[in-house]
Ligand binder design. Structure first.
Ligand code: NAP
Ligand code: COA
Length: 266
């Protein structure tokens, strides 16, 4: 269970909707939202997985519901948002983090393989954010998408993810402009490599690959799910009330580029 650190109680009275919340980083954020006082609704494709995820939260004494909805299906997403609003009232926080990834060169990827990732990550994020608008507690709502470094930097064997996450970055900025006048803030978090996640199991499946990545990051380590949760909580509080359209890197300096080698002493 990911703790919300110093921020216990800071989201009391808020309702959070987390897309892609059955595992990994997004579940960690959902757990931390609950610890911080929010009531939480979770969606993912698998009813079994999402109900188990919600149970990790209710087992701690917090309120949570899990619903099956594929983010590629606008109507299903809308229904889940409506169910959330019916159960908990208006929605204050939306985290859009559903994603798919596999490592493949463009020539080893069918058109459907490319489209599948763009559909889940980019179109899915549009669906979640667009459908949520009607249910938001406005002004004051906070929408957060989970992007990745691939959205800002090209990467070998990640053409689908780079295209999708770059799209999320631009979508974040466009929606921030359009929805700012309604008092809705739209931001994204770009995690670096996060320990114990499906994403890193796919991208760095061996101990050698993991060590190689760590040796190239300025802070020389993977991040934790709690690091992303802390950032998401911050973006959802009044402390961030003047922040919109931002891509917040929580990545140990990954975005800066290759920091391998020995630092100059001094
Ligand atoms: P993960 O555990 O596999 O999380 C992905 C989640 O998305 C799962 O809950 C999955 O649940 C759900 N999902 C997938 N397709 C879906 C769909 N079509 N509709 C609804 N839900 C769907 O992976 P993770 O590594 O924690 O990644 C979480 C997020 O962080 C992703 O956006 C990823 O791009 C981003 N990120 C991760 C890292 C990292 O180090 N891991 C780094 C940068 C960015 P079901 O299978 O139950 O549908
Ligand atoms: N290399 C090349 N193509 C691949 C592939 C791989 N490793 N894995 C899947 N594909 C292709 C499939 O062949 C298919 O294309 P085709 O119909 O032309 O054969 C296409 O991608 C869709 O595959 P499918 O398994 O039907 O998609 P899905 O919607 O059931 O699953 C994925 C989506 C492929 C992204 C799957 O890996 C997934 O569910 N991921 C969620 C978890 C995850 O990726 N977590 C990390 C998040 S960063």
């Amino acid at each position: 269970m990911v703790s919300s650190g110093l921020k216990d109680g800071v989201l009391t009275g808020k309702v959070a909707f987390v897309a892609g919340g059955s595992s990994g980083i997004n579940l960690g954020v959902a757990q931390a939202f609950a610890r911080a006082g929010a009531r939480v609704a979770l969606i993912s494709r698998s009813l079994e997985k999402i109900e188990a995820a919600a149970k990790t939260i209710t087992d701690e004494g917090h309120e949570a519901i899990g619903m099956a909805a594929d983010v590629r299906d606008y109507t299903a997403v809308e229904q889940a948002l409506r169910q959330t609003a019916d159960r908990f009232g208006k929605i204050d926080i939306v985290l859009s983090g559903a994603a798919g990834n596999f490592v493949a060169p463009a020539l080893g990827m069918s058109a459907n393989g490319f489209k599948t990732v763009v559909d889940i990550d980019l179109i899915g994020t549009f669906n979640v954010l667009r459908a949520s608008f009607e249910f938001l507690n406005r002004p004051g709502a906070s929408l957060i998408s989970i992007t990745a470094g691939q959205g800002a930097r090209p990467s070998m064997f990640q053409a689908h993810v780079c295209a999708a996450k770059a799209g999320i970055n631009m979508l974040t900025k466009c929606l921030a402009m359009e929805w700012g006048p309604a008092g809705v803030r739209v931001n994204a978090i770009s995690p670096g490599p996060i320990e114990d996640t499906e994403g890193m199991r796919r991208l760095a499946p061996s101990a050698e690959a993991e060590q190689h990545i760590k040796s190239r990051i300025a802070l020389r380590d993977y991040g934790a799910k709690a690091d992303i949760a802390e950032a998401a909580i911050f973006l959802s509080t009044a402390s961030a009330k003047y922040i919109t359209g931002t891509i917040l890197n929580v990545d140990g300096g990954s975005e800066l580029g290759d920091a391998g080698g020995t630092a100059i002493p001094g």
